[in-house]
Design a binder for this molecule. Sequence first.
Ligand SMILES: NC(=O)C1=CN([C@@H]2O[C@H](COP(=O)(O)OP(=O)(O)OC[C@H]3O[C@@H](n4cnc5c(N)ncnc54)[C@H](O)[C@@H]3O)[C@@H](O)[C@H]2O)C=CC1
Ligand SMILES: NCC(=O)COP(=O)(O)O
Length: 342
Amino acid sequence: MSAAAAPLALTIGEPAGIGPDIALLAWLRRDAAALPAFALLADAAFMAARARRLGLDVPIAAVGFGAAGAAFSHALPVLDLGMPVTAEPGAPDASSAPAAIAAIDRAVAAVVAGDASAVVTNPIAKHVLYEAGFRQPGHTEYLAELAGRHFGSTPQPVMMLWSPRLAVVPVTIHVPLSTVPGRLTESLIVETGRIVARDLAARFGTPHPRLAIAGLNPHAGEGGALGTEDDAVIAPAVAALRAEGIAARGPLPADTLFHEAARKTYDAALCMYHDQALIPIKTLAFHDAVNVTLGLPFVRTSPDHGTAFDIAGTGRAEPSSLIAALGLAARLSAGSRRARAA
Ligand SMILES: NC(=O)C1=CN([C@@H]2O[C@H](COP(=O)(O)OP(=O)(O)OC[C@H]3O[C@@H](n4cnc5c(N)ncnc54)[C@H](O)[C@@H]3O)[C@@H](O)[C@H]2O)C=CC1
Ligand SMILES: NCC(=O)COP(=O)(O)O
């Protein structure tokens, strides 16, 4: 199969969550949303049962990647993991964890082999995987580990939540808030800024990205009176990025960084911790924002939301963020193919 025709590899995520529901719903909207072909890494019997439960007319085609593109027009292609899943919607249990992890492993292997064009992940319940021995905080860090296994060196992964109205990057990701000040170093901020600037230029077609760097403390520290990290750590990082020719500004008070006029002044906001970044974008664009991992040697996107156990299996899950994630994965992987061909 040529790289241009390869389907996207979509993981099942947490089977007790809404991942199976939105995969079925996205397939049903494939024509209206002009979706590229995707193949779901899952348990085919489980997916057929979830479709029946939701009353959705979705034929399941258990196929390999090579046949997924042709099957996509008339059935949801499922790459059967050979790992039966029994989880009930809303009732996660550790028995699903091996299948959730295997789906990620197989998706990355398929992209590395050229059988799939990009990885798109459905949400996992992190605590369920932790209980099953998963050692990484989330997909973002695990995908970097897999990149290291396949390519020999482990990149620094960068989480970006992207929408047409706002893109945000948490410099520290899944860590306790109390540890954030100690983890924020000049080198972490500089390397994150470099990766964001490079990938926005190379993958998103923004040749000279403008980065807004948020402060950590109220009013970006108010000259040191409200905290020292802004002047001692963040300001030198901004200066270092500017010295490299990257259009970075900051540290900027985070409370005024996200209003409409402010958003027009940058292409991505680098935020110092998870919620500083994710609250504004989920408030503005919950149903169309996409989580994309920068810094990897392959494309990975995901919906911005989690497993939504409260509505799994009810038919109330909205697939639009997954649809946006599938569309963005296709766009970014097409850009990567063009860059390799040039
Ligand atoms: N990429 C990933 O793997 C992610 C995984 N998670 C995991 O998800 C689990 C639950 O996280 P929560 O904080 O509860 O966030 P959540 O996003 O799962 O749910 C928050 C609220 O939004 C609603 N919601 C979420 N997605 C929706 C959709 N597509 N359509 C309609 N309503 C939707 C839910 O019903 C719930 O009321 C956690 O275990 C977390 O680890 C969270 C974010 C991303
Ligand atoms: N809150 C965002 C999130 O949890 C996504 O994490 P990841 O699994 O994509 O690393």
